[in-house]
Design a protein around this ligand. Structure first.
Ligand SMILES: C[S@@+](CC[C@H](N)C(=O)[O-])C[C@H]1O[C@@H](n2cnc3c(N)ncnc32)[C@H](O)[C@@H]1O
Length: 777
């Protein structure tokens, strides 16, 4: 465990700005720990463990701390969060860094290159503002040379890891510090020195008489004696024991007490962690299985702290610079999120609820966990493409996809839970998204509705156990079980196969699928992707993300395809992000892989998979064989799929893909529903363009005059990006005529898609009822 200091909270008023110094033990993630736990960070720039900007401990611990400092009601700060991404942390099953040179084919290169151009290119003029000093408050105005120098040092020093981080706060010159800061600094230094001395003393004593004298008291034992009735300890004593046990386990041979085994310590540790942090046994065993004891504790501690509040600029409506200026005028204290994103802003403190500012209402930004940027960046949607967001509510990623596509092409945003549709619609409307069709299907049924191979790209931000977002939803600590994790994995496999089947391997610009979860469970991540690698002609490609830990290829009894190291894992204690997994797949050929029959390698037959991918929820596809039984492992090894098998697995994928599928079909199979929906969207766009030319709106549907947003809403209640009511009506009546003529030709109609009440601001809802009505008729 990293040693903790005891800095006092010091609130310093500087001009208009209030700065809150967070006690060291409350800081989001101590830099020393971070650099220690991620060697990768030392070599990767940007938003990594060594990103000083991101980790600069300026953020307050929570709203309550800020309230203390600013007299702001903490509830106010939270109440501003509308239905963005927050609140989706609950389980939603209801109704080495990216190797930029390691790209395997031209398409990948183009893809990642364009992604880089879009997202990693030199910061635009908007970032000059940050070079002149932090935007919030007085410092922004000064724009001193000194700040410039600091910034460039920041950039150069990104690789310096913990030392750079540690020294960063020291860099403030004494002259700049106020008296109270100076005093606090002296006290801190003094306390640190005394702690060091005490530790050294304890170590010295331990070396002579260690087994019983961890705390320097004769006869002291960390573990209760076997025959002793365990006395209840107060919580601070439990925490102390947790740390002592972690220390012993770290240097077990040296520090163990005589007659005590490792499992004695582990058992006591688990009991104490259960008691102190409230995890259940399953969760603890998982964490202690994935990480060293010390690192598991770091993660557990990071899970107790909220992640920073982050905004994503909606580039359909504004620029980051403009947004930063607007929010700064409201005394919001913010910074760019780091050099890995050109659209992210991290908010340190705000006197107004950031979920209820006029800029928010006008759709200039999305409140979005920083980890949510990553799958969309990996997806790298291109303008003009057809993109599926299979599990879309509340639409945080959909709106980002739309922004990257500049509202061109078509996005299909699907969500199974009808109660969550409104949140997608609301966000699309607020953010001025006009290229999206919202549907309400089980993702496993989408194949029937949209047609196989109909998409250029697909994002499956899968429903999951939420084990990466404990900070948002602490109930996850206590209510997850192995059975539930397998249940999630089962659904995730079916959804991923469906997503793959919907993407066209022959797409000129795409052919990519991104799979992501906010779970840290291997069963829900690498295990799911590994399953897809075996069932479909896909390969894992680099995500293009500049940081993140590589995915597992060996974990407990699991053995995964070696290319899974290209997938990326993100952790609260390493990256100060929610626990997250991102994997990018390239579809090599359409259609399923030919598999041997049941019994030959212990796998389900192809027909079973197909039924799984169209929604046989009860049908046990290959869940059993995916669990790491030694029988399955042997059988899979026989099939040549495991790491270490003689044939290179990536060769195998491509060879088999080529042999099984032949040339990729040139034409996509589009379902009638898809065609009708596209026609409808075209009509809608035509109406909007007409409306824009009449009413003097820009091409993005924004008023050129800058009329107040509220007024726009009143004039046009259906949304900020709509045409006039008359044009809307005309479009609908045209569509209605088309529908009638389709009907007379015996083609399937799309009544709900065309129903006026279902239309909202350029978005079209397809509801499940459509299917039922169709079936009846
Ligand atoms: C992790 S959340 C998606 C978050 C979303 N991508 C965003 O960024 O705002 C997963 C979503 O999948 C939905 N879901 C669950 N089962 C589904 C299924 N079978 N088909 C489609 N969506 C499903 C859940 O209701 C939930 O809204």
């Amino acid at each position: 465990m990293a040693k903790k200091g005891n800095k006092k909270e010091v609130t310093v008023a500087r001009g208009k700005q209030t700065k809150t110094r967070i006690p060291e033990q409350q800081r989001p993630a101590p830099a020393a720990q971070m650099a220690k736990t991620s060697k990768e960070a030392k070599t990767t720039p940007g938003f990594t463990d060594s990103n000083k900007r991101w980790l600069k401990p300026k953020a307050r611990e929570d709203a309550a701390d800020q309230a203390k400092a600013d007299d702001v009601d903490p509830e106010d700060s939270d109440s501003g969060l509308l239905d963005d991404e927050f609140g989706s942390a609950e389980s939603d099953l209801g109704p080495g860094s990216a190797d930029e040179d390691g790209l395997e084919d031209d398409e990948d290169e183009g893809d990642v290159a364009s992604l880089k151009e879009e997202l990693w290119s030199d910061e635009d003029e908007s970032d000059q503002i940050f070079k002149k000093g932090r935007v919030g408050g007085a410092e922004a105005a000064s724009g001193s040379d000194e700040d410039d120098e600091d910034d460039s040092e920041d950039e150069e020093g990104d690789n310096d890891g913990n030392e750079a981080e540690a020294s960063d706060s020291e860099e403030e010159s004494d002259d700049e510090m106020l008296d109270v800061e100076k005093k606090a600094k002296i006290l801190d230094a003094d306390r640190a020195r005394r702690e060091q001395e005490a530790e050294a003393e304890a170590r010295e004593m331990g070396e002579g008489d260690l087994q019983t004298n961890i705390q320097g008291e004769p006869g002291y034992s960390i573990l209760p004696a076997a025959d002793e009735e365990a006395e209840p300890l107060d919580l601070s004593a439990v925490l102390r024991r947790i740390k002592e046990i972690a220390r012993v386990l770290d240097k077990f041979q040296d520090l163990r007490e005589e007659g005590r085994s490792r499992s004695d310590y582990m058992e006591q540790l688990k009991k104490d962690l259960e008691e102190y942090f409230g995890y259940n046994r399953f969760m603890l065993e998982t964490l202690l299985g994935m990480f060293s004891v010390a690192e598991a504790l770091e993660l557990i501690e990071a899970n107790e702290k909220p992640r920073p509040v982050v905004l994503r600029t909606n580039t359909l409506k504004t620029k980051r610079k403009e947004l930063a200026i607007a929010l700064t005028k409201r005394n919001v204290n913010l910074d760019p999120i780091g050099n890995w994103s050109k659209v992210g802003l991290v908010v340190y403190e705000s006197p107004v609820p950031v979920g209820a500012t006029p800029e928010y209402m006008a759709g200039h930004y999305m409140l979005q966990g920083a980890s949510s940027f990553l799958p969309v960046m990996a997806l790298a949607p291109q303008e003009g493409e057809q993109v599926l967001d299979m599990a879309a509510a509340p639409g945080g990623k959909t709106t980002y996809i739309a922004a990257l596509m500049r509202n061109s092409g078509i996005i299909f945003a699907n969500e199974v839970n009808p109660l969550r549709l409104k949140s997608i619609q609301g966000n699309l409307q607020r953010m001025g998204v006009t290229n999206t069709i919202v549907s309400n299907y089980d993702g496993r049924e989408l194949l029937k509705m949209l047609g196989a191979n109909s998409m250029d790209r697909a994002l499956l931000d899968a429903p999951c156990s939420g084990t990466g977002v404990v900070a948002k939803d602490p109930t996850v600590k206590a209510n997850k079980s192995q059975a539930e994790i397998w249940k999630c994995a089962h659904l995730q496999k079916q959804l991923l196969l469906a997503a793959i089947d919907l993407v066209d391997a022959g797409s000129k610009t795409g052919g990519y699928i991104v799979y992501s979860t906010c779970s840290i469970m291997v069963e829900e991540n690498e295990n799911v992707v590994n399953y897809a690698l075996r069932k479909r002609h896909v390969k894992v490609v680099p995500t293009g993300l500049a940081f993140g830990r590589p995915g597992y290829i060996r974990y407990r009894e699991f053995r995964f395809h070696p290319t899974l190291t290209e997938s990326r894992r993100f952790y609260p204690h390493v990256h100060n992000l929610d626990g997250f997994f991102v994997c990018k797949l390239k579809k090599m050929a359409n259609g399923p892989k030919e598999t041997r029959g049941e019994g030959e390698d212990g796998e389900a037959s192809e027909s079973e998979e197909e039924s799984a991918s169209v929604g046989d929820e009860e049908g046990e596809d290959s869940e059993a064989e995916e669990k790491p039984t030694s029988k399955a492992a042997q059988a899979a090894a026989k099939g040549g799929r495991l790491a270490g098998s003689k044939r290179s697995a990536s060769e195998q994928t491509e060879e088999e893909a080529a042999a099984a599928a032949g040339p990729a079909p040139k034409k996509r199979r589009e379902s009638r529903i898809l065609k009708a929906a596209k026609r409808e969207l075209e009509l809608e766009r035509a109406a909007q363009a007409q409306a824009a030319s009449i009413s003097g709106r820009g091409s993005d549907g924004q008023p050129e005059s800058g009329a107040p947003v509220d007024k726009q809403h009143k004039q046009n209640p259906s949304g900020v990006a709509n045409g006039t009511a008359e044009q809307h009506k005309q479009a609908l009546s045209k569509a209605g005529k088309k529908k009638a003529s389709q009907k007379s030709k015996g083609q399937s109609a799309l009544p709900a898609v065309l129903a006026p009440e279902r239309l909202a601001a350029g978005n079209v809802s397809i509801v499940k009822k459509v299917k039922k009505q169709k079936a009846k008729s």
